[in-house]
Design a protein around this ligand. Sequence first.
Ligand SMILES: [Zn+2]
Length: 487
Amino acid sequence: MAKVKQLCGRSEVKKSDCWDLSSLFESDDAWEAAFTKWEKQIGGYARFQGTLAADVKNLAACLKFDEDLDRHGERLGTYAFLKTAEDSANSTYQRMQGRFINAVSRAGQEASFIRPEILAIPQAKIKTYLADRRIAPYRLLLERLLRYRSHTLSRKEEKLLAMQTEMAQTAGHSFHQLNDADLRFGTIRNERGEAVELSHATFSTMLHCPKRSVRKTAFYQYYQQFAAHENTLAAMLGGSIQRDIYYARARNHASSLSAALLPDQVPESVYANLIASVRRHLPALHRYYDVRRRKMRLKDIHMYDTYVPILSGLQTRRAWDEAVRLVLAALEPLGGDYLATLEKGLGGGWCDRYENRGKQSGAFSAGSYDGWPYILMNYQPDVLDHVFTLAHEAGHSMHSHYSAARQPYTYYNYVIFVAEVASTLNEELLAKHLMAQAKSDEERAFLINRQIDACRGTIFRQTMFAEFEKTAHEMAEQNEPLTVEAF
Ligand SMILES: [Zn+2]
């Protein structure tokens, strides 16, 4: 019998393959001490309550207090979040994360007077406030806040909304626990006949397997687990949608869509136009599927046939160090400072490289203003896409790095609508670099195929998600029940 390749536990992972979270806190004890100190400051909001309209000096002091508390909180929260992502079944970090979220919720309640109090300041007075030198660091913040005038409730109502922060996360939290900790997909034989534990990350490898029976078995074995929990999943998704609608209605938004688009000031017509354009170009996607079917010599094409490269002969195994070198070479057009910073970061603890049991699936970039911009990967050396993922997340992290270096804390975060520019550009640079280095038509065809699949994922699939979300929210807004069948 072939040996079962099982995922190792977090404690067995080599330290050099893990991120180094000491830019945030040296240890759990250091976190604990900082958290205790921070938590005590939450009560400090009280001294500003009822004073903001009286003097611009009070408002400036209050905003500074809020900024400092938020900035320390971000650092504490990032540590707890990243520790939980390492192993979502680790109860120590679940508790850490839980205590942090609870404290943030209390801070939100304590601070809930700020918005309504500012919004109640008469227009003429706010004008003189905005012109005051002492308020200069917060002028843009105030201008943004004033946009919410018609969506802000009374102090008491705002406090009630702030008290719901934790409850409101139940749907999302349950999904992560189910998806990352409780679901088990069993083992599966790969094309070499080895038994491999099926997981979110190995599933992606299996879909890239040239042998159709492996892809097909992996597909059904993986989705069987989701099908077995379809009512639970529908209930959680329904709960998340109901939450969006509740907040949109509570705050007088026309719809959950208009509430979602307000912060980034994206017009609804842009959202609708994206969906309409992608729909209009669906025939191109269907034509590509047919080319794929013919090239793969299949009678019919299934979902599990659409990830494997059409040209199967190309070996694309790259060890971690090789992947890093390749990404750095591809990003050369971004300049020496960019490359030096990224090289140092990737070599020096920004990135958590490989999968382990309980680790959050997929990949992300996350950090805090006062710490490094960390990257979570589930890197598999035989999946070229994971090199692109590394380039992508490196784009986010470098964006965060430059933003934190150049902007004050209040303004360093960027909105999702622009966030993917930095990451997608990096993917394009990597594709261009690989294309220039390609030595044969076969290799070039392989890369073109990869680029088409990337378009499918980034443009078609994401837009389909957006359309699904839009339709599901609209259904709920028209009081249609959100059952499995409805979804
Ligand atoms: Zn991204």
